[in-house]
Design a protein around this ligand. Structure first.
Ligand code: PDD
Length: 286
């Protein structure tokens, strides 16, 4: 298994991460999860654009151009024969010693880049059946648009759901639903799709971006508006979205079924439209 380590492909067990890497000490870094189908990346440019935007927001000078990173990622999935699965890419600000909160001098600190691949088939059974969720206050920070590796708030929320035997946590700030612990959230009410507008309170999900685009194109009205916990619970359909989940029906929230407790017709249609969007880039998938 090869991985990316800085600007080359190496065997995974040859990688050395320094204990004073700022990613390790401060969670000072960014990441992307990018999906490939049939050995071809889906929405690679969008993921790379988001990484570059995040880097700009935290004054992290990335050690590659977009074409250089793309080439390296293409080489990685080719050498590992990734068919349908995920690439996890991470960039930290690099090694700085002694530990100091201030950003280190760029002349002495180079960012550390790593990336791995994992074959993961689509979970079609789950996409058909749906997932369960709980609601929780969103206790994360106010820069949720940055895909930071600092995910303690997210994993604490995920763990709360798992402790109750549920799949996901739906987060809210004073009753306004933001997103989930590792996915975006949208609802359908009277045929209209509602989703939290982009901004600092949610991650601008690439999957959401694709889904809203195909929905609009198919004539499904889309409103990027804040919605409340009450609206969530009265929704006809609810779905989470992420690179790994695609459009995932949420069939139960806080122990109460949504609609008839099954994947509804609009979400089913969105899944079909998403599949078509993937197939346009990556060929036929199942
Ligand atoms: N998570 N919101 C949060 C908090 C997320 O962590 C993610 C993705 C999303 C959806 O983003 P996208 O559609 O671009 O994957 C929204 C990834 C998959 C993860 O952390 O594993």
């Amino acid at each position: 298994m090869k991985v990316i380590w800085n600007n080359q492909l190496v065997e995974r067990d040859t990688v050395v991460i320094d204990m004073e890497d700022r990613g390790y000490q401060f969670a000072d870094g960014l990441y992307e999860v990018i999906r490939a189908y049939n050995g071809t990346f889906f929405t690679l440019d969008e993921h790379i654009d988001r990484l570059f935007k995040g880097a700009e927001k935290i004054d992290l000078i990335l050690p590659f151009t977009k074409p250089e990173l793309k080439n390296l990622l293409h080489e990685l999935i080719k050498v590992n024969q990734l068919s349908t699965g995920n690439v996890y890419l991470q960039v930290t600000r690099g090694i700085a010693s002694p530990r100091n909160h201030g950003y280190p001098d760029l002349a002495v600190t180079a960012p550390v880049v790593t990336a791995t691949t994992t074959n993961v088939p689509r979970d079609k059974e789950k996409m058909e059946k749906g997932i369960t969720a709980i609601t929780l206050p969103d206790t994360r920070w106010l820069h949720c648009d940055i895909k930071s590796i600092s995910l303690l708030g997210n994993i604490m929320a995920k763990h709360e759901a798992h402790k109750l035997g549920k799949d996901e946590s739906i987060l809210h700030r004073e009753g306004n639903v933001t997103e989930c612990s590792s996915s975006n959230l949208s609802i359908i009410k009277d045929g209209v799709l509602y989703s939290h507008p982009d901004g600092n309170l949610i991650l601008p999900g690439i999957t959401k971006l694709v889904l809203l685009k195909v929905a609009r194109k198919a004539g499904i009205p889309v409103r990027e508006e804040v919605f409340t916990l009450e609206q969530l619970k009265e929704a006809d359909e609810v779905f989470a979205s992420s690179t790994t989940m695609e459009a995932m029906p949420v069939i139960e929230i806080d122990g109460v079924p949504i609609g008839n407790g099954q994947c509804g017709p609009v979400v089913k249609r969105l899944q079909e439209l998403y599949t078509s969007a993937v197939e346009a880039q990556c060929g036929k998938i199942n």
